[in-house]
Design a protein around this ligand. Structure first.
Ligand SMILES: NC(=O)c1ccc[n+]([C@@H]2O[C@H](COP(=O)([O-])OP(=O)(O)OC[C@H]3O[C@@H](n4cnc5c(N)ncnc54)[C@H](O)[C@@H]3O)[C@@H](O)[C@H]2O)c1
Length: 286
């Protein structure tokens, strides 16, 4: 979809980070942008920065009623919607067995539920208009599995799956409505900085009283995160990559193609362990 002045976009999680940068890039192109977040102070500050073409609507994307109200407000205010960026997200960390099930639920409600609610509330309007585009923010973490962040990685894998289903369905029903699943690598936002702090032994682990033997086991992970931090992009650059993907109609996009090898390795590992009819795996299925 070509982005043009006069169009209307909705961006969730737009008070900070990638969402705020996407909103700024859209305003710079002359679009009117509804910015959505639960962080109301930051949302107001971002709206002030963006000027009169930004409308701040506080909402929790995990709550379907609030997302429906957001769609109604967008249409009553502007009479149209062209681009929906389901970007709001959060993480939860720790060993899988120790993460509180309530934290699993919340990550799932925000990351997956936020996308589901956005798709549910806005797609019928895009279909009726016969144009538009939906961006769902996944992550390279949805294609490669990181340790100690299972709820996040699983939620991002779900977003990838949902996006591809949606794209296939719209290709049949309303081919002029596009879908992009963005799989960012490291982008320098408060979310990534929170992760990067874990790579600093003074900032995390030791001060949390982690036993030295556990610290030793985590060392390779800390090093990997520190390496990732060196590759992190400014949010404005990530936003340009995302908007270019919208304009070119790409289903999948990443900010870090160089990190995609890990996804290939992971897929190969899965498929190789299946074996083939000619070359059965050594381990029998249960
Ligand atoms: N920064 C990275 O390295 C990176 C990498 C891969 C994917 N992502 C994804 O990019 C998206 C944006 O993340 P970011 O890095 O800009 O993080 P961020 O923390 O800077 O911004 C996320 C925003 O989402 C908002 N939010 C959280 N829960 C919400 C809810 N229930 N309803 C409405 N808003 C809510 C937060 O208040 C915040 O403003 C997320 O989906 C994240 O998972 C980020």
């Amino acid at each position: 979809m070509k982005l043009e002045a006069g169009q209307v976009a909705v961006v969730t999680g737009a008070a900070n980070g990638i969402g705020a940068a996407v909103a700024a890039a859209l305003v710079a192109r002359g679009l009117r942008v509804v910015i959505v977040d639960i962080d109301t102070d930051a949302l107001e500050a971002t709206a002030d920065e963006l000027g009169e073409n930004a409308l701040a609507v506080p909402a929790d994307v995990a709550d379907l009623a609030q997302v429906r109200a957001l769609a109604d407000r967008t249409l009553s205010e502007f009479g149209r919607v062209d681009l929906v960026v389901n970007n709001a997200g959060m993480g939860a960390g720790g060993p899988s067995w120790e993460i509180d099930p309530a934290a699993w639920d919340r990550v799932w409600a925000v990351n997956v539920g936020g996308v589901v609610n956005g798709v549910h509330a806005f797609t019928p309007h895009l279909i009726a208009a016969g144009r538009g585009h939906i961006v769902n923010t996944a992550s390279l973490a949805g294609l490669t599995v990181g340790l100690f962040g299972a709820p996040y990685a699983a939620s991002k894998a779900a977003i990838i799956s949902i996006s591809e289903s949606l794209r296939g369905e719209l290709a049949l029903i309303a081919p002029e409505v596009g879908v992009t699943a963005v799989c960012p690598g490291p982008v320098d936002t408060q979310m990534f900085r929170g992760l990067a702090e874990l790579a600093d032994p003074d900032a995390a682990g030791e001060s949390d009283g982690m036993p030295p033997e556990v610290m030793a086991k985590l060392a390779p992970m800390r090093e990997a995160i520190a390496e990732m931090a060196k590759e992190s992009l400014p949010p404005a650059r990530a936003a340009e990559i995302i908007l270019a993907a919208v304009e070119s109609g790409k289903l999948y996009e990443t900010t870090h193609p160089g990190m995609a090898q890990a996804a290939r390795d992971r897929t190969d590992m899965i498929l190789e362990s299946f074996g083939t009819p000619d070359r059965p795996t050594r381990t029998a299925a249960p």
